[in-house]
Design a binder for this molecule. Sequence first.
Ligand SMILES: Cc1cc2nc3c(=O)[nH]c(=O)nc-3n(C[C@H](O)[C@H](O)[C@H](O)COP(=O)(O)OP(=O)(O)OC[C@H]3O[C@@H](n4cnc5c(N)ncnc54)[C@H](O)[C@@H]3O)c2cc1C
Length: 412
Amino acid sequence: MPAKEYDVLIVGSGHSGGMAANILTKQGVNCLMLNAGPESDFEHNRVNKAVHELPYRGFGKPGRLPHVYQANEFNANQWVDETENPYTHDPANLYNWVRVRLVGGRSLFWARQSFRLSDFEFKAGDLEGTGQNWPISLADLHPYYSRVEEIFRVAGRKEGWPEFPDGNFVEPNYGPDSETIKHLSALGKERGMKFSKMRSSGGQNGLASSVNLLLPDAMATGKLEMVSNAIVREVTTDKKTGLANGAHFVDRHSRHERHVKARAVVLAAGTLESTRLLLNSGIANSSGVLGRYLHDQIYGISVVSSVAEARDGKRPSGLMGGSAFIPRFRNLKKDEKRDFIKGYCVIINSGGSAAPSLFAEYGEALQKKVDHYAGSCVSGSIFGERPARYENHVRINKNVSDAWGFRRCTSK
Ligand SMILES: Cc1cc2nc3c(=O)[nH]c(=O)nc-3n(C[C@H](O)[C@H](O)[C@H](O)COP(=O)(O)OP(=O)(O)OC[C@H]3O[C@@H](n4cnc5c(N)ncnc54)[C@H](O)[C@@H]3O)c2cc1C
């Protein structure tokens, strides 16, 4: 890497870093992108192995990924290894931090559900009578949502519901609803719920990542250089102006430390990792708010049921299949009587199978059970919002370092 000064240093190559690179390079800005992990080799890394070939029979090495509920031994190489990159949390307040350090970050593995926030979220302070409004509204974000939806080829059914704002959708390809979805929809409507379709990014060629949708255009301009396995430790500042002027980073393998100069720095290392970098750099925190008001999505319960007529592979045509999305329907009116704040959505899928972990059997008996229920299941999962409160925060844990000696976060 040449020892030159770049216009902009971008830390991270996921959706955020990829978008920054895409927009800036098209305007002629010289960018350098540093990414903590390697480039992913999909041809090589996607080879499936039989469970008996894996050292831990599919369960994975204990202690490596305790907080990643999506992880198993088949996909363990895609997540950040928590023995190398530990973090701590209050034992009474579990926080699952799911991280990917490959070039492309989480954009390689996200589920592609693509929704707009509504003013019921942005202006929740007014609606709920507690908490604060965001300083922006849906109208402010609308033009940006539209551009992103176009790039990511988001499909959905337009509904005109303010609590579930429509987007700039590509033509959806939905067939008619199956009988199970129609049945649930009728029951839900009686209870004040609205049923729509999932809104998803189609991407291109099976991938909706920064690696295939954002970075190629940036690279084509000749204005982007990328260094992988480069772990940023600290953003540096100009002593005279106080402005960011580059970063210290370390090579993941050789552990050599380097400094790169830039006129501006974009931190796109993920919400918490970017916060950690700022806290470790001792900058951008005159308000004392950095790391606070942490909020996130929460997963509620999931329910799986089986339709008797569809078991043993005998499902009648048109009975099963498809999905439905029930947007938030609780606490939408200011004067509504409420037992809790905020709301939740429900995702319904019809025609799936039951996970083997739902049964107590082993071996042949377990296989029989799985086959019996295959294709007959309807599942519903709830997703909610963890409100942004001052008390919800991350800070630096001075006693915990990563494998390269950089101080790590603790959450509460
Ligand atoms: C399994 C899964 C499913 C999801 N499904 C959905 C969904 O359906 N819909 C939705 O809206 N969202 C979903 N998300 C969330 C979504 O993927 C993320 O919000 C989004 O991708 C975050 O993008 P990002 O660029 O901010 O961060 P990331 O994608 O995490 O990128 C951060 C990048 O920074 C790099 N980095 C980190 N630390 C350093 C460092 N110190 N130095 C240098 N580089 C560094 C990493 O290598 C990484 O490439 C899902 C996430 C997961 C994990």
